[in-house]
Design a protein around this ligand. Structure first.
Ligand code: SF4
Length: 636
């Protein structure tokens, strides 16, 4: 049993490794720093946003290009971790970066040297001999960097305890992490606040050795007895309102010490919730491909007044108005109140957030009024059949609807279309290509190949999705020695049995998305930013105008009842409801009219529901959508 003498001047370092977005401080490190500092006011705790330091060393443009691609990001520090593998990793980097215009294969050596130099300069500025504990956060793209930084710190002071946590680690992988990576002493599974406070109290302040640390479910060391059950309890905050505001002071100080040419207005990361309300809602297992919620049990969100006060305080403190809401998905119950509160602040906020496609038009308008400029919508597919397989709980018509509302409001929609999903078939692809023809007036989706996340529903039940087996992605074997690549359960996995068939199947969609992107770019970037499919309302008639790639327009006039029906379908409506609303026309006449507009791609029809696709050429009036009826037909 070991016990260190309690060291009055013991220091704690919290580290955000590359390659997370350099334009934002690390929310994990900022939140942890604030929490543990509030509990241990006398302990010197420093936050190190090393990703920013390395971005400046590598050059922002190149850093950004690498940070957007998992394998490029992981390759750089893998070559530093295992220098004997450098040649092979350089060839791997060259292959992976071949299609990246802003990178050349020859950049690898330079990126490597600059990244290593950035880390060394930062290490040299800290007195590691007095650092008792270093905590490193590791998500996708940060895995090899976190290991490398832990190793370098342990070289400078072997007595420093290295604690690692974050989405790259889970209960499933903690024992293996301790077995394979000697630079790690402690693995934290789940969120870090309570486990880190536990370590600071017993290990740092009281001087307990790791072999005599009082047990805590989420904290695993080499001395922790094997868990009796795979279902270990998390150690997490019950009420997120009890967290202090995150502390980004060190990030802001680092940035302000840069040359003026390297400074920028950074984006504040803010979390309103942890977990995902869709997972578990009405018994839903969550989206089949999703492993974003491995760190949490259940769903928690901050209260609306607290969320608004936090954003107000952080924007005031750091004098910036760009805010990225980091939630996996924005809260369902309190979002309206949060955005109303943000609008009342009267600040010109520029907000980013992730939302579900079921977000109502009126709610999206409120969010936009508060400053929502960019969204990542959980679109994922344009086929209802496929969305069902993904357990998305949405339909293609809802996806088109929210894409249309983003277009209407001028919100940039950064959504993806997931291809190669295991178990997807010819009918899914056919339906995707059909829906895509109706989506052409809206911001294109990004084509993303399916990747298998450790712990996701597909990973847990591969046979249900036509996969014979699952294992760590083969690319890890290019970066790590064979024993580690075989034995460590990496967060990025692969499934056997479907890959080739899926790649062939989705080729036409890949081509169609490329064409969509080019078409949108050409048509939408006119001098006045006019919509591709827009309408002007004349009171008792409507002029719908479609801009075509050849430069000509197709114009349609809808008069009287036709106009009213078209406007009523600004949100998707079942035929029965349309017929009820307009009893002056026979249902079959209405249906004929709707079918005609669908044939002309002015409306989209799915399973007896209709959605008009044109958006006002003028920006919308507030409350322009019939929100009472909308609430009635919202699916979740
Ligand atoms: S993909 Fe988004 S909505 Fe689906 S379970 Fe994950 S976090 Fe929730």
């Amino acid at each position: 049993m070991t016990r260190h003498a309690p060291v009055r001047s013991a220091r704690v370092a919290l580290v955000a490794p590359p390659w997370s977005l350099y334009t934002r401080p690390s929310i994990q490190v900022g939140a942890l720093k604030a929490f543990v500092q509030s509990r241990f006011a006398d302990l010197p705790i420093a936050a190190h946003h090393v990703h920013l330091v390395v971005a400046a060393a590598v050059g922002y443009r190149r850093y950004h290009a690498v940070s957007e691609r998992t394998w490029l990001a992981e390759a750089v520090f893998a070559a530093l971790l295992y220098p004997e593998r450098k040649e092979a990793i350089a060839r791997f980097f060259a292959r992976q970066s071949a299609a990246v215009a802003s990178l050349r294969a020859a950049d690898f050596d330079e990126i490597l040297c600059r990244a290593a130099a950035g880390v060394e300069d930062w290490l040299a500025a800290v007195d590691w001999t007095r650092t008792r504990l270093v905590g490193l956060t590791s998500a996708l793209c940060q895995f090899t960097a976190a290991l490398y930084i832990a190793r370098r710190i342990k070289t400078l002071n072997p007595a420093t305890t290295a604690v690692i946590g974050g989405p790259a680690f889970s209960f499933e992988s903690s024992s293996a992490a301790l077995a394979f990576f000697p630079e790690i002493d402690v693995v934290v599974a789940g969120e870090g606040e309570l486990p880190l406070a536990h370590l600071l109290q017993h290990h740092v302040r009281e001087g307990c050795g790791l072999d005599q640390l009082p047990p805590l479910a989420a904290v695993q060391t080499r001395f922790t007895p094997p868990a009796e059950t795979a279902d270990r309890p998390f150690s997490q905050m019950e009420n997120l309102d009890h967290l202090p505001y995150p502390d980004f002071d060190e990030y802001a100080e680092t940035l302000s010490a840069f040359d003026p040419a390297q400074r920028f207005f950074f984006t504040l990361p803010v979390e309103l919730s942890r977990g995902c309300w869709w997972q578990g809602a009405r018994g839903a297992p969550g989206c089949a491909f999703c492993n974003l919620n491995q760190q949490w049990r259940g769903y928690r969100s901050k209260s609306a007044p607290r969320a608004v006060a936090e954003i107000d305080a952080l924007t005031r403190r750091y004098k910036t108005l760009n805010v990225a809401l980091m939630d996996n998905v924005l809260p369902r119950s309190s979002a309206a109140q949060v955005f109303r509160g943000l609008a009342e602040l009267g600040k010109d906020l520029n907000l980013f957030g992730e939302i579900r496609a079921t977000t109502a038009a009126a709610e999206l308008e409120r969010m936009h009024a508060a400053g929502l400029q960019r969204v990542q919508i959980g679109i994922e597919a344009l086929s209802t059949r496929l969305l069902r397989k993904m357990h998305k709980g949405t339909r293609a018509i809802q996806n088109l609807e929210i894409m249309k509302h983003c277009e209407r409001l001028g919100i940039t929609n950064l959504a993806n279309l997931i291809a190669h999903f295991p178990g997807s078939d010819e009918s899914d692809v056919r339906e995707t290509l059909h829906t895509l023809e109706f989506a052409l007036p809206f911001h294109p989706l990004t084509f993303v190949g399916f990747w298998l996340g450790l712990g996701s529903p597909v990973w847990r039940r591969p046979a249900d999705y036509g996969l014979r087996s699952v294992s760590s992605h083969p690319h890890w074997a290019r970066l790590f020695p064979a024993a580690i690549a075989r034995g460590f359960p990496f967060a990025l996995q692969t499934g056997r049995g479907e890959a080739l068939r899926q790649r062939r199947l989705w080729q036409p969609v890949r081509r169609a998305l490329r064409a969509w992107s080019k078409r949108y770019e050409r048509l939408h970037r006119g001098p006045f930013g006019e919509p591709i499919l827009g309408y002007r309302d004349g009171g008792d008639f409507l002029i719908v105008r479609e801009r075509r790639p050849e430069g000509e327009f197709a114009t349609h006039r809808l008069e009287g009842l036709s106009r009213k029906i078209y406007l009523f379908c600004e949100i998707h409506r079942p035929l029965t409801l349309i017929a009820q609303r307009f009893p002056q026309a026979a249902a079959d006449r209405i249906e004929g009219f709707l079918r005609q507009l669908t044939d002309q791609r002015l409306m989209f029809a799915e399973n007896g529901s209709y959605l008009s696709l044109a958006v006002p050429e003028r920006r919308p009036r507030p409350g322009g959508v019939d929100s009472a009826a909308e609430t009635a037909i919202r699916s979740c």
